[in-house]
Design a protein around this ligand. Structure first.
Ligand code: FES
Ligand code: FES
Length: 140
């Protein structure tokens, strides 16, 4: 189908023009940081989220030391989860990512890295919030 973009076009686009490369201060209380590695190949991905008071992800950034598919997966993931609630973002699986980028089976673990990074960023954010007394919701 002519309108369907190939694996190469989508992956290469995100690889050559990665969206949202960068980092936030991981000490900020509205930031969650996920740092994960792929044992299969040694690649490392850092993904961070900035969350507003309603639990909505305002922005997501990443830095990835890895292959083109891992960079493309993290780039796409940061676009995808922006505007989502934490619960919605927690539902994002590597299937969504690998399907969008049409990753071949041998590259599926690269999108897994992005799923793990999102999960771990959410976990980090939640644990920080629960430890910060001033940030806790008022008791009703
Ligand atoms: Fe890690 Fe792809 S094997 S770069
Ligand atoms: Fe290992 Fe892509 S993350 S080959």
């Amino acid at each position: 189908v002519a309108s369907k973009r190939s694996y190469h076009e989508k992956v290469i686009d995100h690889y050559e023009n990665p969206r949202n490369v960068g980092s936030f201060n991981k000490k900020d209380l509205d930031v969650g940081t996920g740092l994960v590695g792929a044992p299969a190949c040694g690649d490392v991905m850092k993904l961070q989220i900035k969350v507003d008071d309603n639990g909505v992800i305002q922005q997501a950034v990443f830095k990835t030391f890895g292959c083109g598919s891992a960079i493309a997966s993290s780039s796409y993931a940061t676009e995808l989860i922006r505007g989502m609630t934490l619960d919605q973002a927690a539902q994002v699986t590597n299937k969504t990512i690998s399907k969008e980028l049409a990753l071949p089976p041998v590259k599926l673990h690269c999108s897994m890295l992005a799923e793990d990074a999102i999960t771990s960023a959410i976990k980090d954010y939640r644990s920080k919030r629960s430890k910060a007394p001033s940030m806790q919701p008022p008791v009703v």
